[in-house]
Design a protein around this ligand. Structure first.
Ligand code: HEC
Length: 118
């Protein structure tokens, strides 16, 4: 019964993909700041109702929608902070370091995009 054998093979393939996580969307590999923000930051830094944010209530992180107007929040500072928050602000507690999760080019693109949000 070739059809049965084919179905079994197909089923095996699908379960292997499920176990190894092939179906999971990988993180962005490019330097599109919005895609990076959605993937790495929005779960903590989006306000309720914003894309990627919670449906109800607030977020764990401060609102970044006007971060570029805050004193001292230059692209350089933000890039250093995102790579390792404690390096520029020793009192940071919940904000994770992204130096090993994104490339320097990705952090740079994200920092410039955030610094331009006034
Ligand atoms: C696990 C939740 C979480 C994630 C994910 C996260 N942050 Fe944060 N972030 C925080 C918290 C909480 C703070 C406030 C400082 C603290 O307690 O560490 C913060 C602070 C900041 C600040 C300083 C804001 C200010 O007004 O002082 C910037 C800039 C920032 N985050 C950028 C980012 C970027 C960019 C990303 C994605 C690459 C990101 N964060 C991902 C939780 C998070």
């Amino acid at each position: 019964m070739p059809l049965v054998r084919f179905s079994i093979a197909l089923l095996l393939c699908v379960s292997v993909a499920a176990i190894t996580g092939c179906g999971e969307p990988p993180g962005p590999t490019g330097t599109d700041p919005e895609a990076l923000y959605q993937h790495h930051c929005a779960r903590c830094h989006a306000r309720a109702g914003e894309p990627g944010g919670p449906t109800l209530g607030g977020s764990k992180g401060p609102d970044l929608s006007h971060i570029g107007s805050a004193t001292g929040m230059t692209a350089d500072w933000i890039a250093a902070y995102v790579a390792n928050p404690k390096s520029v602000r020793p009192d940071a507690r919940l904000m994770p370091a992204f130096g090993d999760k994104m490339t320097p080019e990705q952090i740079r693109a994200l920092a410039e995009w955030l610094a331009a949000r006034k």
